[in-house]
Design a protein around this ligand. Structure first.
Ligand code: PMP
Length: 462
């Protein structure tokens, strides 16, 4: 591949896109005069656009997905071989790659035993919600149907998942939502002042706020608590010390199932296989999607403990007594075939270690930038998953102007580095730059990202 790559017919592609593709997450007005961005190729950590311009992808395919990088022939070959052998079979039957990947995945998740296949992060979360509801009906006489979710967390785009959505700008205009989803407060220590929280032991305090909600709702009505291990699109919120042990304790105390949404953190992103593994949590459900096959095929999983599976133990005389759910494309074999190879790559190339080392470098670089740029309020992250919260004033911590925050993304793009920003999600707080480069990032890539951010901050904020 050459830097100057350009398909002769690319202008037709742009026209077809402009005329017929409804893009995700954007207004289309700008495409009337400007061109939509078309990504034409990828290799390693880089992608090329329709003009042949090479970009360093600092966000793994836009939404923290392509963990092992682009152009992996071994994954393409594994998928190809599998598709020729058997592309699909669903319903009650299993498949060879489905069984093999489930076993490999479970090896990485002590305490969990069952993998339920589906297609997207939203769907995986919906599966967990449905399991919780069915358990409520089966075991608790129709009580314990409530599912708690957290302010600033996101669990997907379907109406059920949006009902558990803690980002009000994403939810606006899509209600009414499903009943019995109840919000608990966030745990962003930097914003503790907004919650009138004490300065000491913020982590325990934030967890105790969950308990307050449980007590107000009635513990006998609450079935599950669904949380991101590290909040992604809500501002890269790394939970404070003391938070997770207390959350686990509260769940046990009130017999509440703990559902961890690993759609972003899962499969290496934070330097462990799963984000929850930093905190010694023992979840009942873990949902995952993006990094499972790094976007080489669509696959998502809802993984449960044997305790959850056991709650579905059938009484043979009742024909309705099982998890009456299906996912048509949960029977695609390309997903698990790609996921097996994706996992092998992470292991053989020591990408978890690389993620820890490169993540440290990224955070150190950003902390150095904070010395120079007063607009940086806080740098947060774990592994190759980082955020920079921008503020108008360090004293008051008033968020920086969100248009200016978005301009940083455009400035970085001019420097051929793609980064993200929390965008139309939490009202008033679309002020965090986001980073999630592929786990194969080298020191040069990390420094290139930080240099682009440095120059862009100067260009926008002076
Ligand atoms: N959970 C989290 C934490 C996410 O960030 C996302 C997507 N960004 C989802 C769930 C939904 O995943 P999907 O878009 O695959 O439905």
């Amino acid at each position: 591949m050459e830097d100057g790559f350009r398909d002769n017919d690319i202008s037709k592609v742009v026209e077809a896109d402009r005329a017929h593709v409804w893009h995700h997450l954007v207004q289309h007005k700008p495409f009337e005069t400007g061109e939509p961005r078309i990504i034409t190729e990828g290799k390693g950590i880089h992608v090329w656009d329709q003009r042949g311009v090479k970009h360093l992808d600092g966000v793994s395919g836009g939404v923290w997905t392509v963990n092992v990088g682009y152009g992996r022939e071994s994954i393409a070959n594994a998928v190809r071989d599998q598709l020729i052998k058997l592309n699909y079979f669903a319903g009650a039957a299993g498949t060879i790659p489905g069984a093999i990947f489930a076993e490999k995945l479970i090896e990485k998740m002590p305490g969990l035993t069952r993998v339920y296949y589906c297609n997207s992060g939203s769907e995986a979360n919906e599966k967990a919600f449905k399991m919780v509801r069915q358990i409520a009906h089966k075991k608790y006489g129709g009580k314990k149907t409530k599912i708690l979710y957290r302010d600033r967390d996101y669990h997907g785009t379907t109406i059920g998942a949006l009902s558990a959505g803690g980002q009000d700008q994403r939810n606006a205009q899509y209600g009414p939502f499903a009943p019995d989803f109840v919000r608990v407060p966030h745990c962003l220590e930097y914003r503790a002042g907004d919650q009138n929280a004490p300065v000491e032991n913020y982590g325990e305090w934030a967890a105790d706020q969950i308990e307050q909600v449980i007590l107000a709702e009635g513990p006998e009505t609450v079935g599950a608590l669904c949380l991101e291990p590290i909040t992604a699109g809500g501002g890269v919120i790394v939970p404070p010390e003391g938070y997770w042990p207390r959350v686990q304790e509260i769940c046990r105390k009130y017999d509440i199932l703990l559902h961890i949404d690993e759609v972003v953190c899962g499969v290496g992103r934070t330097g462990t296989w799963f984000g929850y593994q930093h905190y010694g949590i023992e979840p009942d459900f873990v949902t995952m999607a993006k990094g499972v096959a790094s976007g080489y095929a669509a696959i998502a999983c809802c993984v449960t403990s044997e305790r959850v599976f056991d709650m579905f133990k059938e009484s043979p005389e009742d024909p309705m007594d099982y998890f009456r759910d299906i996912s048509t494309f949960g029977g695609c074999t390309a997903g698990p075939a790609a996921a097996i190879e994706n996992m092998r790559i992470i292991e053989d190339e020591n990408l978890l270690d690389n993620t820890v080392a490169m993540g440290d470098r990224l955070l150190k670089n950003f902390e150095a930038l904070a010395e120079k740029h007063k607009v940086i309020g806080e740098v947060r992250g774990k592994g190759l998953f980082a955020g920079i919260e921008l503020v108008a004033d360090r004293q008051t911590r008033a968020p920086a102007d969100e248009k200016q925050c978005a301009q940083i993304v455009a400035e970085c793009a001019k420097r051929q580095v793609i980064i993200g920003v929390t965008n139309r999600s939490v009202p008033g707080y679309n002020n965090t730059l986001t980073f999630s480069p592929a786990l194969i990032a080298t020191p040069d890539h990390i420094d290139e990202i930080s240099n682009a951010v440095d120059e862009s901050l100067t260009a926008v904020f002076g």
